[in-house]
Design a protein around this ligand. Structure first.
Ligand SMILES: [Zn+2]
Ligand SMILES: [Zn+2]
Length: 240
């Protein structure tokens, strides 16, 4: 942030990320929006972070992760992809809302605090270069970069690549999503070398079926990653 922006921030409070209200600098959401945004606070799936009924502290898995074993060890998320959280994630992805990155990364750091540790490589899920050209940024990479800045951990935005474009996943069922993504993500022939023997935390904005995270985790493992965990901003869960 430039000196001018810092000076302005001292004078003017920030606007809430989700409404017109003004909030104290850096908090992201006003009190009303905070209460209406579905943060995952209680017991959650140890593998993907989806909220579960029960007492925090036990180790549990959601039905999705039980039905489909994941090629990573543990996973955390910050928000249920619904309501205000869904609007925030969509605004970050398509709306040029870079102002969401810093508060979202701070929330993710908190949700992932028991997974994050020094030396672990923060690895954003890659975007195909044609999508990157159109959108101009990869929201997963922005989140990973900001978490790296907060924690001082290494960040490897070029270690994985999308080998081919995959059709938009919206509307596809889980089987189709997994089929679409198979072999679509691979280690970069040069930059992928940092993953050999590494402890990796995959970062993405939204986990839906888990197909993209699975393809990325398998690519990291094929590059020699010793351990892969995941951290997402939001997790889409089926209505109960
Ligand atoms: Zn608000
Ligand atoms: Zn799960």
């Amino acid at each position: 942030m430039g000196r001018m922006q810092t000076a302005l921030r001292l004078i003017y409070p920030d606007q809430c990320l989700a409404c017109e209200a003004l909030v104290e600098g850096g908090q992201g959401l006003c009190g009303a929006c905070w209460r209406e945004t579905p943060f995952v606070l209680g017991l959650a799936c140890d593998t993907c972070g989806a909220p579960l009924p029960g007492v925090p502290g036990e180790v549990a898995q959601c039905d999705d992760c039980l039905a489909r074993p994941r090629p990573w060890r543990r996973g955390r998320t910050t928000l249920v992809y619904d309501g205000r959280a869904r609007r925030l994630a969509l605004a970050l992805k398509h709306g040029d809302r870079a102002d969401i990155v810093a508060p979202a990364a701070a929330w993710m750091r908190r949700a992932g605090r028991d997974l994050l540790h020094p030396g672990q490589i923060l690895l954003p899920v890659p975007l195909h270069w044609t999508r990157l050209l159109r959108r101009r940024y990869n929201q997963a990479a922005l989140l990973a970069q900001e978490i790296a800045r907060l924690t001082g951990q290494p960040y490897a935005p070029r270690a994985l690549i999308r080998r081919r474009r995959t059709p938009p996943q919206k509307g596809a069922d889980a089987e189709a999503r997994f089929a679409n993504l198979a072999d679509a993500i691979a280690p970069h022939p040069v930059h992928g070398a940092v993953l050999d023997g590494a402890d990796v935390l995959l970062i993405d904005d939204v986990m839906t079926s888990g197909a993209t995270l699975a393809a990325s985790a398998l690519a990291a493992a094929s590059a020699g990653a010793a351990r892969v965990d995941t951290l997402t901003l939001a997790r889409a869960v089926r209505a109960p």
